[in-house]
Design a protein around this ligand. Sequence first.
Ligand code: PAF
Length: 281
Amino acid sequence: MKKIQKISEMQEISDGLRRRGKRIGLVPTMGYLHEAHLSLVRKAKEFSDMVVVSIFVNPTQFGPGEDFERYPRDEAGDSSKLEKEGVDFIFIPEASEMYPPGYQTYVEVEEVSKGLCGDFRPGHFRGVATVVAKLFNIVKPDVAIFGEKDYQQLLVIKKMVEDLNFDIKIIPGVLIRDEDGMAMSSRNTYLSPEERQRALILHRSLLEGKNLFQSGEREASALLKAVREPIRSVGGLTLQYIEIRDAETLEKIENVDKTAVIALAAIVGSVRLIDNVIIGR
Ligand code: PAF
């Protein structure tokens, strides 16, 4: 496994691989890797000959007062996990390499970035789309894998790829949970044991919604009520949003007559958590 820090070196390597007919799979990450990231790596291996994992805590997707400074980092731990997975390259640039002085170009995916997390993290998806577009031009992958936990992010990237004609296939990776049901996230490390216990209601109540759907309920307002009530009754969490949206377009829906996502964000202690379930798939 080779570690690359410079954009020009990564581009040369990718050009060489493509000339030799190798399919490149990219897994973009911000590091502090856990099992959910590794599942994306395994998916990348299924669809490509060479896997590149990027590790970059992207400053442009963090708003003022968010956790950019304290975002957990563990380069040595990440390298050994990726080595064990048989990853070929880690692309791990400095911020000054990605955003040199005078940098001024950003990518904005307009409609899909609105609502849900977009309302609570202004500028977040602009930062995500920008860095992912840059990674696509640097790594030149044939396929790139994004987890469904960040469901809105996945759709933002898909729309960007479609609108900007990137010749890259975006492959979703299913949301991976810990044994207790908690959606895996690098940010879970900020939770105290008591906060984590409280946060478990998020997944449990999403399952209430899913079960109600499976028993025949199709009205979005009734499904949302089934999710919201247990969260309210537990208390100690601030629900930022809970919504049901079309799983392909993220448009609002009143009746679930095709695949939909029930998505939520909540604050527990000082930690912002997101989670979702897909219904009708
Ligand atoms: O999901 C993430 O970890 C990040 O948003 C991504 C896609 C690596 C872009 O910085």
